[in-house]
Design a protein around this ligand. Structure first.
Ligand SMILES: NC(=O)c1ccc[n+]([C@@H]2O[C@H](COP(=O)([O-])OP(=O)(O)OC[C@H]3O[C@@H](n4cnc5c(N)ncnc54)[C@H](O)[C@@H]3O)[C@@H](O)[C@H]2O)c1
Length: 387
């Protein structure tokens, strides 16, 4: 069986740990996977953390910069879990070296960068994937097959939302995510891109949109070593300016004529993590709430009169990707399991030379939605989406 050799960049952050743990458990979780995986490199700017991680995962090579890992001829796959501002340059270097590339979202900061990487990936004939993992939850796979099977008819309207409250308090400290230099599009690329990925996966291509994406808290205390999502310990040493959006409110229209609203933020106080959608069609509708992570609610006009209403469907082992984890419905998959599923899909795509959504070409449409939202906020006009 082929062994796919991997280098994980940004290996000691949240995503780096999630991805590397997933590789380590793949053979056990997915015995039918057509390839084995070996992590050969862990790369992270934090050399103490990466030394410890390499020991725990028995990885031979570490570095605090990615060049040597990308140049290693034995490496097949470069996995990018770096902060946003490095995605384009690391992905470009990896593609130029002829590697398969799996990159966390947001794919790139601009349409121009996305176009270039899509072109380069096609020239090199490699497998690419972006970490828009939420839609591959088997619940959404079912929603997609219901929609594509015509069960809810033509989609006319949708609403989709994702909020956290990491920065609901003005006292929440400054971190790289609030710095336009390191994360150019702020919450639009961070959380907005997740919501846009649902629209791309379930509804279709958006043609034009209007958006308001303001900064609400213009400055934040800076506490050295502050950790994302945690109350900072220690005193603020200075105040830093927030240079990317805290929230986004978007109205959009798809090529097929469906109209939707999309909203997202990092300031929804009390909403620790909220993700929902409602998709309305001419024959029925589907709604979803992350609080019931593997449940879809489906309404159909074709149900008998007097008995119509939303029916809860708990996805179960009838969905093969659910069955990889659990033998019974409604036990609930978690975030890390969905991410592990995504990692398995990357390996499967490489082993079978079969690209799967979201490739770089798919993620380019999501970047286009982020860029159009930023442009619309600046112009205060409707903007066409660069598909
Ligand atoms: N798909 C998802 O659900 C999801 C969730 C969280 C984060 N993300 C994305 O993943 C990426 C990483 O986010 P995170 O939360 O893991 O961040 P993080 O800050 O926890 O981790 C980033 C890691 O990169 C390392 N690093 C920074 N600069 C480096 C450099 N130049 N060279 C080598 N290592 C460097 C840091 O030391 C850190 O360990 C972001 O782009 C983010 O948007 C995706």
């Amino acid at each position: 069986m082929k062994t796919i050799v991997v280098a994980v960049l940004g290996a000691c952050g949240w995503m780096g740990r999630v991805h590397s743990n997933a590789y380590s458990g793949l053979a056990r979780q997915f015995p039918g996977l057509p390839a084995e995986v070996r992590i050969k490199w862990l790369v992270d700017a934090d050399l103490t953390a990466v030394t410890k991680a390499a020991k725990a995962l028995q990885v031979e090579n570490i570095s605090d910069s990615w060049e040597a890992a990308i140049a290693d001829p034995e490496v097949d796959l470069i996995d990018i879990c770096l902060p946003d501002k490095f995605h384009y340059q690391a992905a470009k270097a990896a593609l130029l070296a002829g590697k398969h590339v799996y990159c966390e979202k947001p794919f790139t900061d601009t349409n121009e960068e996305a176009d270039e990487l899509v072109r380069l990936a096609a020239e090199k004939g490699v497998i690419t994937r972006v970490g828009h993992s939420f839609p591959i939850n088997p619940a959404h796979q079912l929603a997609r097959s219901l929609i594509q099977g015509g069960e809810i008819g033509e989609i006319t309207m949708f609403r989709a939302t994702q909020h956290v409250d990491t920065h609901g308090s003005p006292d929440a400290p400054f971190i790289w995510r609030l710095d336009g230099e390191q994360a150019r599009t702020g919450i639009v690329g961070d959380t907005g891109s997740h919501v846009f990925s649902f629209i791309d996966y379930l509804v279709g291509e958006v043609d034009e949109l209007t958006a308001h994406c303001p900064v609400i808290f213009e400055t934040r205390p800076y506490v050295a070593g502050a950790v994302y999502g945690q109350v900072a310990t220690g005193a603020a040493t200075e105040t830093r300016t927030v240079t990317n959006p805290d929230l986004g409110m978007v109205i959009c229209r798809t090529k097929s004529g469906a109209v939707g609203t999309i909203d997202f933020s990092r300031i929804a106080t009390g909403k620790r993590f909220m993700q929902r959608y409602e998709i309305y069609g001419t024959k029925g509708s589907i709604t979803y709430d992350y609080d019931e992570i593997t449940r879809l609610n489906v309404f159909k006009f074709s149900d008998p009169a007097g008995q119509q209403g939303f029916r809860a469907i708990d996805v179960g082992p009838e969905q093969p990707d659910y069955a990889s984890f659990l033998p019974l419905p409604n036990f609930g998959l978690g975030y890390n399991e969905i991410k592990t599923l995504e990692v398995s899909k990357v390996i499967e795509s490489i082993a079978l030379n079969r690209p799967a959504w979201p490739t770089f070409a798919d993620a380019k449409r999501i970047v286009a939605l982020v860029e159009a939202s930023m442009a619309s906020h600046a112009s205060r006009q409707w903007e066409r989406v660069h598909n």
